[in-house]
Design a protein around this ligand. Structure first.
Ligand code: IPE
Ligand code: IPE
Ligand code: MG
Length: 252
């Protein structure tokens, strides 16, 4: 089956509204080819750009989230961190126009204030520039940590309780959720992780409670639209239960 046939098949089934991706394996991809890790990041970024364009043009997916830089990634060598921050700044600076063209709207989850000034500036500018776009919602998790996100929400609520604005009994899942970075964004339906790792690495710990997971051995810089369609097709075969038993289905 070629790409277009595969796409047609997929478009006949249910399309996930929100797909989240942990694009892992840039370093190993480069290492296997005797290249610097930074080459893996460059190639990985290109893959992300191509995939965003493919999805924006061909699939009715509403939200696409990329785990771009974790709060733990600061512990990498300074030179790698610096390279990643510059890459991001250049990408958004350059890509900003292209995002506008594809009607993509950018949002960032994570601590933008903790990014280097120039990177934070470009991030804010791109969000601003694309704010009236109505196509794909692209979410970059940047300086993002799931535990930090939950902790920040807990602190905000605690201060509202102390200030008498809210009683602790009034805190519902919906209220808690509205204090997360992802406020207003539906939970991911599908999570894709590349490079074969079977862990969450502090990604969307609250939001992934009932998300379907799809893991591929492919390193991110080798991940193509074909692989993405494979993940969607697999998702379409899943039975999501959310803890329920479908009445009648397994009755004798
Ligand atoms: C993912 O690739 C990209 C980022 C974390 C920014 P890695 O850099 O983690 O690559 P591996 O896992 O070391 O191969
Ligand atoms: C997760 O990958 C973070 C991103 C892809 C940005 P890592 O490579 O940092 O995760 P671990 O260290 O393998 O768990
Ligand atoms: Mg990794």
């Amino acid at each position: 089956m070629n790409l277009d046939e595969r796409l047609d098949n997929i478009l006949e089934g249910a399309i996930p509204g929100h797909v989240a991706i942990i694009p892992d394996g840039n370093g190993r991809w480069a290492h296997n080819r005797g290249l610097e890790r930074t080459e893996g990041h460059k190639r990985g970024t290109k893959r992300a750009e191509d995939l965003i364009e493919f999805i924006a043009e061909k699939l009715p997916i509403e939200y696409l989230t990329f785990y771009t830089f974790s709060t733990e990634n600061w512990s990498r060598p300074d030179s790698e961190v610096k390279f990643l921050m510059t890459l991001l700044k250049d990408l958004l600076g350059k890509r900003g126009g292209k995002l506008l063209k594809n009607d993509v709207r950018l949002r960032v989850i994570g601590d933008v204030d903790g990014l280097p000034d120039r990177t934070a500036q470009v991030v804010r500018k791109t969000m601003d520039k694309t704010s009236s776009n109505e196509g794909l919602r692209l979410i970059l998790a940047l300086n993002y940590g799931g535990r930090q996100e939950i902790l920040t929400a807990a602190k905000e609520l605690a201060s509202q309780v102390t200030g008498g604005e809210l009683s602790s009994e009034e805190i519902t899942e919906e209220i808690f959720q509205s204090h997360l970075y992802t406020s207003g964004i539906p939970d991911p339906d599908l999570l894709i992780r590349t490079s074969g790792e079977r862990r969450l690495s502090n990604f969307m710990l609250w939001q992934l409670a009932y998300t379907e997971m799809w893991i591929t051995e492919e390193f991110w810089p080798s991940f193509k639209p074909e692989n993405f369609l494979e993940a969607i097709s697999d998702f379409q075969q899943r039975e999501r239960r959310f803890g329920r038993v479908d009445k009648g289905k397994y009755d004798q």
